[in-house]
Design a protein around this ligand. Structure first.
Ligand code: GLV
Length: 347
């Protein structure tokens, strides 16, 4: 076993983790990220025995499986796959899983439902931060900010030139959103001041009241991808949306289309996206999410000038992340006490 894992085990033993659970009246919680804001961990420590992974990279699966054994709750992140194997390893006493994210596609919620394990998440608190980042990414992509910035440093900036580094403005454009939940609505609200010609959105069921606030029109997926100058992905990753942006979808898009994804990498067939960008089927892409994460340094997408890639920082606003840490802790405390969670996935 690598020395750091040995150390982790010793540390968790000293922290009186699950090995002493039966001697302690406090329920035990395993936290997969030691780097969540302390305020959340402090809340947990008041009523629980807390043991944590000790590095700022994701806990190795073998370690997660070992450490979750016997715990009453699991505090996890989107970097942890919580599937049947992990739930089996935890044991029948596991009462709740809480993720410090709004997305919960990394948790097998059906398996949790079958076992009566409650699942907490952190919607709402990160809506504004994520909508803000989406706009930042959109503007960085359509106005070619990173490409232009590179020219300043690599000598490409020879003089002001009338048609150099021109992008495509939002004004008068057609913007299509896939997904119109809390985040989609806030993205739309932030796009309105840029004076687009039209905002459309695609969801299973129309949301006329919310749409009226931003004057958005409900359309089907086909119409949205064919007519949009900007496509913004803000839906959950589900079996229905998995790789919905595939070769056939990119073929239908306008050649000036700018594709923005701050949802999940899994909604895109990334090879098809790369092909669409290199053959100029579409104009550019801005991605805060990819498959895998992190993207390997030799990934072909990183060689393209018409792509802006960010390292999944949608909700990375200091106050937002602090509150996410506390909500995740409060979800666990409520779940362990059989009380209503602040934000619970309905199973
Ligand atoms: C981020 O992607 C989240 O799901 O919170």
């Amino acid at each position: 076993m690598p020395p750091r894992l040995v150390l982790a085990q010793v540390r968790n033993f000293l922290q009186l983790g699950h090995r002493t659970r039966r001697m302690s009246s406090k329920p035990s919680v395993y936290v997969t990220r030691p780097d969540v804001d302390d305020s959340g961990l402090e809340l947990l420590r008041k009523s629980c025995q807390v043991s944590t992974w000790h590095e700022t990279f994701p806990v190795p699966r073998s370690e997660l499986i070992r450490e979750v054994a016997g715990k009453d709750a699991l505090y996890c992140a989107l970097t942890d796959k919580v599937d049947k194997e992990v739930l089996d390893a935890a044991g029948p006493q596991l009462k709740c899983v809480a993720t410090i994210s709004v997305g919960y596609d990394h948790i097998d919620v059906e398996e949790c439902r079958k076992r009566g394990i409650r699942v907490g998440f952190t919607p709402d608190v990160l809506t504004d931060a994520t909508a803000e980042l989406t706009l930042a990414l959109l503007l960085a992509t359509n106005r070619r900010l990173f490409e232009a910035n590179r020219q300043v440093y690599n000598g490409g900036w020879k003089s002001w030139a009338p048609m150099w580094m021109c992008g495509q403005g939002l004004k008068g454009s057609r913007v299509g959103l896939l997904g119109f939940g809390r985040i989609g609505q806030e993205i739309a609200a932030r796009i309105v001041p840029f004076k687009p010609a039209e905002i459309t959105y695609t969801t299973r069921t129309a949301r006329p009241e919310e749409a009226a606030a931003v004057n958005a029109r409900h359309v089907d997926f086909d119409e949205m991808i064919r007519n949009s100058d900007f496509i913004v992905v803000c839906c959950a990753l589900t079996p229905q949306t998995k790789e919905i942006f595939n070769a056939s979808a990119f073929q239908k898009m306008k050649s000036n289309c700018i594709f923005i994804n701050t949802a999940r990498g899994g909604v895109v067939d990334q090879k098809a996206l790369h092909d669409a960008l290199t053959t100029k089927q579409i104009q550019a892409a801005g991605l805060d999410v990819t498959t895998p994460e992190p993207l390997p340094l030799d990934d072909p997408l990183l060689k393209l000038d018409n792509v802006v890639i960010l390292p999944h920082i949608g909700s990375a606003d200091i106050e937002t992340r602090k509150e996410m840490s506390r909500i995740t802790a409060r979800n666990i405390i409520a779940g362990l006490a059989d009380k209503k969670m602040e934000a619970e996935v309905s199973l």
